[in-house]
Design a protein around this ligand. Sequence first.
Ligand SMILES: Cc1cc2nc3c(=O)[nH]c(=O)nc-3n(C[C@H](O)[C@H](O)[C@H](O)COP(=O)(O)O)c2cc1C
Length: 367
Amino acid sequence: MQTELSTRLGIEHAVFGFTPFPAVAAAISRAGGFGVLGAVRYGAGEELARDLDWMEAHTDGKPYGLDVVMPAKKVEGVTEADIEAMIPEGHRAFVRDTLAKHGVPELAEGEASGWRITGWLEQVARGQLDVAFDYPVKLLASALGSPPADVVARAHDHGILVAALAGSARHALHHRDAGLDVIVAQGYEAGGHTGEIASMVLTPEVVRAVDPLPVLAAGGIGSGEQIAAGLALGAQGVWIGSLWLTTEEAELHSAALTRKLLAAGSGDTVRSRALTGKPARQLRTEWTDAWEDPDGPGPLPMPLQGLLVAEAVSRIQKYEVEPLLGTPVGQIVGRMDSVRPVRAVFDELTRGFERAIDRVNRIAGRA
Ligand SMILES: Cc1cc2nc3c(=O)[nH]c(=O)nc-3n(C[C@H](O)[C@H](O)[C@H](O)COP(=O)(O)O)c2cc1C
């Protein structure tokens, strides 16, 4: 599955895999795709350096990338504590009451919340970039907007391609004007932060808008047929996130969450602001329902909501409180019905792609 972009990056298949887990990213790269490690869960610096060292040792010299959440708006001198202070007491009470209603235990004394949003602060993202530029990262991706001009220039100085997610042709044009090299057209079906335009409509719109920049199709891809569809719509490859969550290498650390993912159908996700303050597709749970309740306070804007719920999410995950337990995931969750190694999932994608091309040729009478 070769395209101009895969050749440029020296990979065998134009399949890009976003994941928060180093073991998954490394396995995708080893399988012939392009693993992209999500950095949002790291603080600045050390933890990321440790995992990039690990990636270096486990990618067999194959290329990989890093995804950093770079907020488009710069807020000078604001700390996490300043942002915490802006959270209304009524919202804190709502979180306490919702957890109490479900009997969610407290974290142990001194136990830190394992899920922070610090990666959404620009100063933290910049610290991560200082670390990343010491590694042979081949692509830097940015969620939630184009990275600032100095970051793009620095990446280019290091020979690193810069990509960003776009949920509309307008976003994509903004990325192009910011000097980016690759646009990830991410449709409504996708897991995580997502816009309102479905991949079927979005991909060709973005391809047309930014031509000749390469576009990756993202959102709802979990089979070779869907990869073939992405290429047919003009993409130079695909960008997949959800599918890896049920691989053996994924470190979800929750058998209950894996069970929920395996059982979920394509209609069991919701685009909700409950987790971060911006609409993000995730499993529908009693937690997301609570934030939709017209009698509740509703979610705060980003980044307040993420800080507000960080400890609650850690408690729900740690104690596996099933009705509340969720994760960002896309509609393709309906297809995720077994736990397999990344290699098996990847090989099925590439075999399915070949079958899909053959089938299209047969249907069109060209075989
Ligand atoms: C668990 C999870 C976490 C995600 N976190 C991020 C992130 O931090 N940064 C980012 O650019 N995209 C993130 N995404 C979106 C993916 O990069 C990708 O665009 C999306 O998963 C593609 O659609 P799919 O889920 O249908 O494969 C996340 C997706 C999932 C499922």
